[in-house]
Design a binder for this molecule. Structure first.
Ligand code: PLP
Length: 487
């Protein structure tokens, strides 16, 4: 399997999985995509069903990854997924259990990992793959990132204590919840450096960009990233769509209903989670409708309703009570548009380069591709706001005895509108646990969220964080002080 860029006009520069693993964007500014989608037929699905039932989630993951990775031996992939997906790092031995609520909707539980958000599903695998590949190359990396919460903590829990990897994570001082701060700052591993920047999240992100634009500094300190456009993260997510479908399509008698078309509803921000659903559907996994659920930051809902993709400025991006979906542009969206345009790299390059840069939007309404979008790709969308979120959290707790986090509540709200119109079972993808968002849970229900045992003492322990002015020279000096070059 080879990988191409979404902005490439021919497959001439196709690369292998290991070549693109440690990279972010392709050199032409595009995103990496597999040259073609491996296909899952009826016998494959029966076989994968047997693997999940007999050997578990990690074994299923190895089988799916193998379809996309031909330069890591199969035995090594099995060992990698077995280390990535296991208890007690994940609280449930099923890793991704699926439950059926009273109200008829299903929930796929993606937040049983160490930081209680679905980002762990990708990051835990990425940590193993990065360590494996760096070891194979005798290389090392300094991951410099910025986070407002979920991504940074998932990255740190995946990379802590790993050979050849250090993490310098910038956070906006005083702007994370006490739980998020405790989660990150209580990590005392030598290879983790938590930084509180005097500024907001955008300032943190600008600092990361600035040090990365300095080629000498970047080369000297082996700067790298684990951002949401990394192909391996997306690939890790494809696995749980397969696992979800297998569990919903498996009847009480253990038989698999191959005609069962499962709809999925995905709380979306950067379009990473639902892009994995798109990949799985293109592979022939019998998914029906893919429902994009947004919050008040409805860039994606606008596109799927109107055909206009209009990125927002930071000033137009609202701070909401489902903060991990507060995005101004959806960084993985280019992958879907590339497919939608029949994999026309030149047209994709033009839309995401020239057109977006000069106009701030592009318009596909009136094109035959957009007209056939629902039919060919199954996408629909919906949106939710603070009032909906609160109402949904209370409703689902009272009716289904299940406490939603605010992001999954956005998904559930949109699912309630769509499910009656869709044939077949509908699954809401759970993206976080409520324990991370106590304020909103209190506002919705009047009580505190339940605290899973593994997080019981988290806010009480020792914390370590370095303060930093909003200044790139200060960040360079910090990296020079804290990181030890390996060779
Ligand atoms: C990251 C995140 C999302 C959005 O996922 P995308 O892949 O960016 O679309 C939704 N909910 C939670 C809790 C998240 O952490």
């Amino acid at each position: 399997m080879r990988y191409i860029s979404t902005r490439q006009s021919s497959a001439d520069n196709a690369r292998s999985f290991s070549d693109i693993l440690l990279e972010g964007l392709a050199p032409d500014g595009g995103l990496y995509m597999p040259e073609s989608y491996p296909q899952l037929g009826a016998t494959d699905l029966e076989e994968l069903s047997r693997v999940l039932a007999d050997e578990g989630y990690a074994a299923l993951a190895a089988r799916v990854l193998e379809l996309f990775i031909d330069d890591i031996p199969s035995e090594h992939l099995k060992a990698i997924t077995a280390r990535a997906y296991r208890t007690p790092a994940f609280s449930d031995p099923a890793i991704v259990p699926v439950t059926h609520l009273q109200s008829g909707v299903w929930v796929s539980h993606l937040s049983n990992g160490p930081t209680a958000a679905f980002k762990d599903m990708a990051m835990q695998l990425l940590g193993e793959l990065f360590e494996y590949e760096l070891d194979r190359r005798g290389d090392w990396l300094t991951i410099v990132g910025a986070t407002s919460g979920d991504t940074g903590s998932a990255a740190e829990y995946a990379l802590r204590g790993r050979n050849g990897l250090s993490v310098v994570m910038l956070t906006p001082a005083g702007r994370m919840t006490p739980f998020q701060r405790a989660q990150m700052f209580s990590l005392l591993d030598d290879n983790i450096v938590n930084v509180a920047v005097e500024g907001v999240f955008d300032d943190c992100q600008d600092l990361v960009k600035t040090v990365n634009m300095d080629p000498d500094f970047k080369a000297k300190w082996h700067l790298g990233a684990v951002n949401s456009i990394n192909w391996a993260r997306l690939l890790a997510q494809v696995v749980y769509y397969v696992a979800t479908w297998l569990q919903v399509a498996r009847g009480a008698d253990g038989g698999l209903d191959l005609d069962c078309r499962v709809n999925v509803v995905v709380p979306s921000g950067n379009f990473g989670n639902i892009c994995a659903a798109h990949v799985a559907r293109q592979m022939g996994l019998p998914l029906g409708t893919l429902v994009v659920a947004t919050n008040e930051n409805d860039v994606l809902d606008e596109f799927f309703r109107t055909g206009v993709y209009r990125v927002r400025s930071s000033a137009q991006t609202l701070a909401t009570s489902s903060p991990s979906m507060d995005i101004s542009k959806a960084s993985n969206f280019e992958r879907f548009i590339f497919d939608l345009l029949g994999r026309d790299g030149e047209r994709t390059a033009q839309l995401f380069g020239e057109v977006l840069n000069s106009d701030g939007f592009f318009d596909l309404s009136g094109t035959e591709e957009f007209a056939a979008l629902g039919e060919n790709y199954g996408f629909v969308s919906g949106t939710s706001n603070h009032a909906h979120r609160l109402e949904q959290i209370l409703f689902t707790e009272e009716n289904d005895g299940y406490l939603l986090d605010p992001h999954t509540a956005d998904g559930m709200h949109v699912a309630r509108q769509w499910a009656p119109r869709l044939g077949g079972p509908t699954v809401v993808m759970e993206t976080a646990l409520p324990v991370k968002f106590a304020d909103t849970i209190r506002e919705a229900t009047g009580h505190e969220p339940t605290v899973p045992a593994r997080f019981a003492d988290i806010e009480g322990g020792e914390q370590r964080v370095v303060s930093l002015p909003n200044d790139a020279d200060a960040l360079r000096a910090l990296i020079e002080e804290k990181i030890t070059p390996r060779n």
